[in-house]
Design a protein around this ligand. Structure first.
Ligand SMILES: Nc1ncnc2c1ncn2[C@@H]1O[C@H](COP(=O)(O)OP(=O)(O)O)[C@@H](O)[C@H]1O
Ligand SMILES: [Mg+2]
Length: 331
């Protein structure tokens, strides 16, 4: 079996939609027959409680980060079929200090998760990171194949993005994680009523080009209510716009991933003095692409594209019953 790809959901800003995206993208992928593990690496444990799991001492990765004990024993099932969780707990806050004192402190999570990844039991392992670039986030980024960055559609959205880019560059160049790729950038809390959202999206596209997902997550009260009921959005409000948006994001995520799995021309591996990346990120360019002209935001979720997605989804063996709901109007 192929090793499971690890995707860190990270952005050092708080409240940008990391946890909401980690939980709901993971749940929507599970709904699409993918086997998914979500690891809650945030001491605030929002992903854990958001999936209706009670915090319990000793249940998190904390021990494993320090003594290398097995992560597999920490895995628990959730109410969503095919979605498993390694929960967080308050103790994890101590890891910032304790792990910093340990040897190879940046690699503790990488080493702890290695057997689970190698087993290949999951199609995807997501890591919900805390809102900082502290030891826990850096451990996640050192272990990850790719980083998925949620960005909130608000005025200061771009602030801090240069920091993330620099960190990614440093992790690659230092050899700590030479193959770290950008999985994608997801715009969250998109507000149809404001021009600001559109402006922010265009600006982010100018910087990150097609690394920005065409799917944007609208602001939705239901999305913010779901965690207090301990449910992913597909359980709490399966037919609303929030569920439709995350289902669409899951479709786009899989579509991009499948494109990466296509055979790559021979020159891709081992040319740039970087060690060959693992198979699942082989087609991701090691550099951030140059800025592109902003795409016309209003057209990005056109009917044709949704129809194509649905057709393609059916061909790939999963049927999406939410075609109409997923036609979000972004203009
Ligand atoms: N699309 C959305 N619409 C409305 N509220 C949202 C949306 N995404 C997230 N929220 C809310 O915003 C707050 C921050 O989101 P969260 O996912 O916890 O961010 P982070 O993990 O980056 O700190 C939470 O209260 C969450 O419920
Ligand atoms: Mg969070």
């Amino acid at each position: 079996m192929n090793p499971s790809p690890i995707i860190a959901v990270a952005n050092q800003k708080g409240g940008v939609g990391k946890t909401t995206t980690a939980v709901n993208l993971a749940a929507c992928l599970a709904e699409k027959q993918q086997r998914v593990l979500l690891i809650d690496l945030d001491p605030q444990a929002n992903a854990t409680s958001g999936l209706g799991i009670a915090k319990r001492a000793g249940a998190s990765v904390y021990r494993a980060l320090l003594d290398g004990s097995r992560l597999a024993e920490l895995v628990i099932p959730t109410a969503v079929e095919r979605l498993d969780l390694i929960p967080s707990e308050v103790d994890l806050a101590g890891a910032e200090i304790d792990v910093a004192r340990a040897e190879r402190y940046l690699h503790r999570f990488h080493e702890a998760v290695a057997p689970l990844r190698a087993e290949g039991r999951y199609d995807f392992i997501f890591v919900d990171c805390p809102p900082s670039l502290g030891i826990l986030t850096m451990n996640a980024l050192t272990a990850a194949n790719a980083i998925l960055i949620p960005i909130q559609c608000e005025y200061y959205a771009l602030e801090g993005l240069s920091v993330i880019r620099r960190i990614i560059g440093q992790l690659r160049d230092s050899g700590a994680n030479p193959a770290l790729a950008i999985e994608g950038i997801v715009m969250t809390m998109y507000d149809l009523r404001t021009n600001l959202s559109q402006q922010v999206v265009q600006e982010v596209i100018q910087h990150f080009g097609d690394q920005v997902y065409a799917t944007m997550i609208p602001r939705s009260v239901r999305l913010s209510e779901a965690p207090s009921y301990g449910q992913a959005i597909i359980g709490y409000d399966p037919h609303g716009t929030g569920a439709a948006a995350y289902r669409q994001l899951a479709r786009e995520f899989l579509k991009r991933r499948r494109a990466l799995d296509q055979p790559v021309p021979a020159l891709a591996a081992g040319t740039a003095g970087v060690s060959a990346p693992p198979a699942e990120s082989a087609a991701v360019p090691p550099t951030i692409p140059p800025p592109v002209e902003p795409a016309p935001v209003g057209n990005r979720n056109s009917t044709t594209e949704v129809a194509e997605d649905a057709k393609e989804g059916t061909e790939a063996g999963f049927v999406d019953t939410d075609l109409h709901g997923s036609q979000m109007k972004m203009a």
